[in-house]
Ligand binder design. Structure first.
Ligand SMILES: Cc1cc2nc3c(=O)[nH]c(=O)nc-3n(C[C@H](O)[C@H](O)[C@H](O)COP(=O)(O)OP(=O)(O)OC[C@H]3O[C@@H](n4cnc5c(N)ncnc54)[C@H](O)[C@@H]3O)c2cc1C
Length: 434
């Protein structure tokens, strides 16, 4: 590539995109060796695996979210607020939608941003597979807004229940999808009820809560070893969660879910967390190759198959491993891809050979709220997969988030955030109560 200052545009400031913008900003942006621009549709970043905690109120979004503008200024990159709507590969520009205020009045017109290298890191959204009634009646935990919506509806239900408390009534919450999101949310709900009861919500206890976790497959947590999924299922049953496996939801209406075997699961609140897809706009994006769930097909260097100046990483990328299976849509994969993308962009700029991505599975952990954490650790130390539970598993679970914090805000600020967390546990309520 020539010597003029290159423009590297990263779309999506999530688990992968924000880490990449930060590292490239520090390496190239601060030294004016390249201009790094991060585009995101939101003003601030919240690490996505924390969303189920925001939904139940176990986490106050305001405390853990990070302002893109402030972070960009401190780390040598620029931030542009906006939603990607189109891409022109011939002219090498991306198109951002106009930004309106809540009354529909234009704040910022439609914009074009030119790039030399583009990185697509738009993440994924829930996949309802076109199941009738789901879009209208279920909440998808795709972003902080949705998590907050769930939180408000949950609190309203609990408030209504505790003011009309009668022994017969129960609060019915149905969660579709027995993956990590569904399992963790089911357990967090029981924790939320326990906390709210202690804050004075009359009659609200675990007997009043009826959480049904619906999974189409034979077992929950299908991506994890059988031992872990059985252990997690047993923990959920002990908490009082009604786990229904081999149950296919065929439609949803305002009051519940219809299943293939003719049953009706009544629910006051429904969450759909059964599978993911990349955003629909990627389906026909400038002739780039996509798979059936809209992910951009990338080669081992993470460059898209039809355009080497466009990289894709994280949930929106379809990267095939040597054994033929796709890299799973996980925060640890987004984290690793961001670091390889960083090296490969430097190599591309310096005319050096690019490296291939290899996914390293460090194991999977599922947090069952305060009650327990189960999972497996993988690596040289364990020589294969080792099941872990309890405190050690909880520590490993938290460390994934700490790694993301270190990659974005550094060791000192991560340490300070941990301190703030400890102080907040003393001075704030254990649950966000409004
Ligand atoms: C509740 C929950 C729990 C999870 N728990 C775990 C876990 O324990 N372990 C694990 O490994 N993984 C977990 N995951 C999965 C993990 O969150 C994702 O794999 C990871 O966040 C993917 O990172 P990413 O950078 O690809 O996308 P994301 O982190 O989703 O970031 C995408 C970014 O793109 C932005 N964006 C999207 N569309 C546009 C657009 N058109 N224009 C501009 N910006 C846009 C979004 O605002 C967002 O900031 C969990 C997911 C959920 C929902």
């Amino acid at each position: 590539m020539g010597n003029e200052m290159k423009k590297i545009v990263i779309v999506g400031g999530g688990a992968g995109g924000l880490e990449l913008a930060t590292s490239l900003g520090k390496k190239l942006g601060r030294r004016k060796k390249a201009e790094i621009i991060l585009v995101d549709r939101n003003h601030s970043h919240l690490w996505k695996p924390l969303l189920h905690e925001v939904a139940t109120g176990a986490l106050d979004e305001g405390i853990d979210s990070l302002s893109y503008l402030a972070h960009a200024r401190n780390n040598g990159f620029h931030f542009q607020l906006g939603s990607l709507v189109d891409l022109n590969r011939e002219e090498k520009v991306i198109h951002l939608a106009r930004i309106d205020d809540e009354k529909g009045e234009q704040l910022v017109p439609e914009r074009h941003i030119a790039y030399d290298i583009l990185v697509m890191a738009l993440g994924s959204v829930s996949n309802d597979f076109g199941t009738p009634g789901v879009r209208e009646n279920c909440i998808y935990l795709d972003n902080p807004k949705q998590a907050q919506l769930f939180h408000n509806k949950m609190l309203n239900l609990f408030l209504k229940f505790s003011s009309h408390s009668n022994d017969e009534a129960r609060i019915n919450i149905a969660i579709v999808g027995g993956g990590a999101t569904g399992v963790e949310l089911s357990a967090e709900l029981h924790n939320a009820v326990k906390q709210l009861h202690s804050y004075g919500y009359q009659g609200l206890d675990n007997n009043a809560l009826n959480v049904t976790l619906v999974e189409a497959g034979e077992r929950i947590l299908p991506a994890l070893p059988v031992r872990i999924s059985s252990s997690a299922q047993q923990e959920l049953i002990n908490l009082g969660v009604n786990v229904q496996t081999q149950t296919m939801v065929t439609s949803a209406d305002a009051n519940g879910l219809h299943t293939k075997n003719g049953d009706y699961i009544q629910a006051d609140l429904m969450v759909w967390a059964a599978g993911i897809k990349a955003p629909d706009l990627m389906k026909q994006l400038a002739g780039l190759e996509t798979n059936r769930i809209n992910q951009l097909v990338v080669g081992p260097t993470l460059q898209t198959s039809r355009d080497p100046s466009i990289f894709a990483l994280g949930d929106c990328a379809n990267c095939t491993q040597e054994n033929g299976t796709p890299v799973p849509p996980r925060a640890q994969a987004a984290h690793q891809m961001a670091s390889l993308c960083h090296s490969n962009i430097l190599a591309l700029l310096n005319g050096q050979p690019l490296k291939s991505y290899r996914y390293t599975d460090h194991g999977s952990l599922v947090s069952l709220s305060k009650y327990s954490t189960v999972g497996s650790l993988m690596g040289n130390l364990t020589r294969g997969s080792m099941m872990i539970e309890g405190r050690l598993a909880r520590l490993a679970y938290i460390s994934l988030y700490r790694m993301h914090q270190v990659a974005t805000i550094g060791y000192i600020k991560t340490g300070l955030m941990m301190l703030v967390g400890s102080i907040n546990r003393i001075i704030r309520p254990k649950l966000k109560l409004h």
